[in-house]
Write a protein of this length. Structure first.
Length: 156
């Protein structure tokens, strides 16, 4: 049986604490397979549209800034140059479309993001991506305090 090839990995990030472990696992994965890395941040159009009209542009700008900060974190953690992108739209749809457009071999993401910190199960965005993305999706859960994973040394 042939070894799988992973040439392109898309890391979906929202900059939250719960996604940090997914970023590190995905970057380790990329290093092992010498894969190109794309870091992707989605400005949730629903979040922008839900804000009062008079502050929407400020909200969009603040989310763009947060996105750039999240992407800068991924780039700083990477041992190789990465491609970064900020998109606006529905997160699951944009992640799926980006993966297809860039011929990704895998999408990596956390199971809980900014809005799912208190969820007990997989987050709604991750769940939608898993159900609809035509490429494999690697979901990485955040460890509970005191819990140690194989990558605990890199998190310390």
């Amino acid at each position: 049986m042939a070894e799988p090839e992973f040439d392109t990995i898309v890391i979906a990030t929202d900059g939250s604490e719960s996604v940090r472990r997914a970023v590190h696992v995905a970057l380790d994965f990329a290093e092992r397979f010498d894969a190109a890395v794309h870091a992707l941040y989605i400005v949730d159009e629903g979040e922008v549209e839900a804000s009062p009209e008079q502050v929407r542009e400020e909200m969009r700008a603040a989310l763009d800034d947060s996105g750039q900060d999240a992407l800068d974190e991924v780039a700083a953690a990477a041992d190789r140059p990465i491609t970064t992108a900020v998109r606006e739209g529905r997160p699951a749809t944009e992640i799926r479309e980006y993966a297809v457009e860039h011929d990704a071999d895998v999408v990596a993401m956390g199971t809980r993001g900014r809005h799912g910190e208190n969820r007990f199960l997989i987050g709604s965005v991750a769940e939608r991506v898993v159900r609809t993305c035509p490429v494999p999706v690697l979901t990485v859960r955040q460890l509970d305090e005191g819990e140690r994973g194989d990558d605990a040394a890199t998190e310390a």
